[in-house]
Design a protein around this ligand. Structure first.
Ligand code: GLN
Length: 493
């Protein structure tokens, strides 16, 4: 099957017409996951037994006439910080390596109930802290477009699995851009919905006020289908919102006439790669041709987003990660002489360098004497950012920026420079701070043949408008080339 046709809709119609059985669909995904893992290291656990058992069950139900599940037989990969009962949840960390949660995330349960089949758990930066997937305790993930390069992070395993055609859709998590950013670097679609749209129950917490479960797909329609099933209030997550879930697929009309797109010009100069800039300008032009009105806007406080993000995210992380003490979950250091030493050694041996750096930073910004200067100040600037967005959405319906300042960089290129690594989030982390939805859509290739991502953000709860805007672009500008490492054939060959 050509990669361009590997999507939810075609899987559904092939199964319905008998062209491929549900079992074979799942089996093919498992084969690809196993075969390509040597090259990509995208999966930390592949659940052949469980996935095939579920496929049998779904086939039997289908034969008994119980059809109509919207995602029946759709292979799904899940980032290894989202709980799936029976499978590991290592969070890419030694400290949770042996941990198997006794329950599933609500989003996973909803997708499984709709017929999706979890084929495995994907690699990530430890506790979702990173922008390149080089912080995993279980090795770096490789970008299917060029295996010498990073796939982006922290949901790099899920992004690589979708980009390589192992699965059509996958779940990741976002705290500051960890789905949109790898989606851009791997040439696929990544959606971070509004804070509260998807339940966080079963997502291991990094920074609770910024964390979101988010969705990868090969196209906007597939992302809309997954969101449809997963969205909505969950009594198990007090921050999930009781807001109507519209019909997302019906919203994909591609009619965007008169939609006002705001471009924060001031953010598009410094540090932006020339290829990325060129692709973004072309995308802006494409939107004009599609009938949108493009206007310049200002987000005066957006330049502080990285500083604000890294204060708030580390503060919350230092508190959330206090629970990993060797008593309650996973790994425990051996041969400690007393309780205190057991805690210390467990955390010392269990956490990697980046996680320790964040815990120290977060503890510092929350400590007495520094709290007002750092944490409180960051929260105040977060409010100013929110006001910036309110003003912007007074004059436009969506905001357009690049997703990342550069295409995929080389493995090892930025590991010794945490600040330059943190700058990868410059376009994405505002949406997490403000809570608005954001999406990354492929918008062509750089001169080196690497994917470039276009980011769009919209008002709170307006995923429908956002998806339609992304879909309108995508339907006129599909990404025709394919990654070097792929499970499927090329449509052009
Ligand atoms: N790259 C950012 C960080 O390192 C964002 C991570 C995320 O969204 N999970 O914190």
């Amino acid at each position: 099957m050509p990669l361009s046709e590997y999507n939810v809709e075609s899987i559904r119609s092939r199964i319905a017409s008998g062209e491929e059985s549900l079992r074979d669909t799942v089996n093919r995904s498992l084969d690809a996951a196993e075969r390509l893992n040597e090259k990509l290291n995208a999966f930390l656990e592949i659940d052949r037994k469980g996935a095939l058992a579920r496929a049998e069950e779904l086939s039997a139900n289908q034969q008994a006439g119980e059809s109509g599940l919207p995602l029946a037989g759709v292979p799904l990969a899940v980032k290894d910080n989202i709980c799936v009962r029976g499978l590991q949840a290592s969070c890419g960390s030694r400290i949770l390596g042996p941990y198997h949660p006794p329950y599933s995330a609500t989003v996973v349960e909803r997708l499984q109930a709709a017929g999706a089949v979890v084929v495995g758990k994907t690699n990530l930066d430890e506790f979702a802290m990173g922008s390149s997937n080089e912080n995993s305790a279980f090795g770096v993930v490789r970008n299917p477009w060029d295996t010498e390069r990073v796939p982006g992070g922290s949901s790099g395993g899920s992004a690589a699995a979708v980009a390589a055609g192992i699965v059509p859709v996958a779940l990741g998590s976002e705290t500051g851009g960890s789905v949109r950013q790898p989606a851009a670097l791997c040439g696929i679609v990544g959606l971070k919905p509004t804070y509260g749209r998807l339940s966080r129950y079963g997502l291991v917490a990094f920074a609770s006020s910024l964390d979101h479960i988010s969705i990868f797909g090969r196209n906007v329609r597939d992302v809309a289908e997954v969101l449809q099933v997963a969205a909505g209030r969950d009594p198990l997550d007090a921050t999930s919102a009781d807001v109507d879930v519209p019909d997302y697929k019906a919203a994909l009309t591609t009619d965007i006439k008169g939609v006002r797109i705001g471009v924060p010009r001031a953010l598009l100069s410094e540090g932006l790669d020339a290829d990325v800039s060129e692709r973004i300008e072309a995308a802006i032009e494409a939107y004009r041709e599609l009938g949108a009105e493009v206007i310049d806007i200002e987000l005066p406080h957006a330049k502080y987003c990285i500083a604000v993000y890294y204060v708030i995210a580390t503060a919350e992380a230092s508190s959330n990660l206090a629970r990993f003490d060797g008593v309650r979950y996973g790994f425990r250091a051996e041969e400690a002489k007393n309780l205190r030493e057991m805690y210390r050694r467990t955390r010392d041996e269990g956490f990697g360098a980046e996680v320790k750096r964040r815990i120290m930073l977060g503890t510092f910004v929350l400590s007495s004497g520094y709290y007002d200067a750092y944490y409180r100040k960051a929260q105040q600037v977060r409010t100013l950012l929110k006001i910036d967005f309110e003003h912007a959405f007074g004059v436009c319906d969506a905001i357009l920026t690049p997703t990342t300042p550069t295409p995929a960089f080389l493995i090892g290129e930025k590991v010794d420079d945490p600040l330059s690594m943190y700058l990868n989030d410059i376009y994405t982390c505002t949406a997490n701070l403000v809570g608005v939805p954001g999406i990354s859509v492929p918008c062509g290739l750089s001169k080196d043949g690497l994917p470039v991502g276009l980011q769009l953000m919209s008002r709170h709860w307006d995923e429908a408008g956002l998806l339609n805007l992304a879909h309108a672009y995508e339907s006129k500008h599909p990404l025709l080339e394919r990654p070097r490492v792929s499970a499927l054939s090329d449509s052009t060959s």
